[in-house]
Design a protein around this ligand. Sequence first.
Ligand code: SAH
Length: 224
Amino acid sequence: MHISIITVLPRLIESPFGDSILKRAQNKGLAQVEIVDLRQYATGKHKPVDDYAFGGGAGMVMMIEPIEKCINDLKSKRPYDEVIYMSPDGELFTQSIANELSLKKNLILLCGHYKGVDERVREHLITREISIGDYVLSGGELAAAVVADAVIRLIPGVLSDETSALTDSFQDGLVAPPVYTRPAEYNGWKVPEVLLSGDHSKIEEWKHEKALERTKKRRPNLLK
Ligand code: SAH
């Protein structure tokens, strides 16, 4: 999978992809993350990427021209399945959207800044809009990193334990059961006996029961 992230602040988004699982995914050739500096596509002496809003009002608006040039340039190199604009009023990001996107080959994530992008970008140049939650960030970079992380870890081979993504919260409509590691007792706080029993079917049964219990309590909407 190839993910191109368009941003005016490349430095803001470089580090999440330079470590741990996301770095390994790229080293193994399973995912490629390309951070594209929008300013490269700006014209004029000061290379502006934003301008005042027509009709007035506070805040700058990202201009359509550099964005269109950038998207066209990217599209001339590979066919993109989706051109996604990160937006607080977009479709709410969920594990099922992450699953869906993990099956795609090439994605563009467009990060907004300031007041957002000229509406004509949304009308004509993008295929989808995603929000990571009902709150407003100062830019789309952190949201794009969230989406890219959730998607890349689902690509087969990225996680070392193949089953690990399948047992995460939301994958089977339940949240994950509690997990423990050594020591088996700490300050008198004990790990549930069954986990130390070595009886795998009992352990699986316990995990399912706990996941169900926790889902009922924390995310009852998943059970509907
Ligand atoms: N004026 C806009 C907010 C702009 S915030 C409004 O009120 O809707 C600046 C940029 O941050 C947006 O263009 C978007 O790319 C990004 N952003 C902010 N909150 C976000 C969220 N919850 N999910 C995804 N992207 C978000």
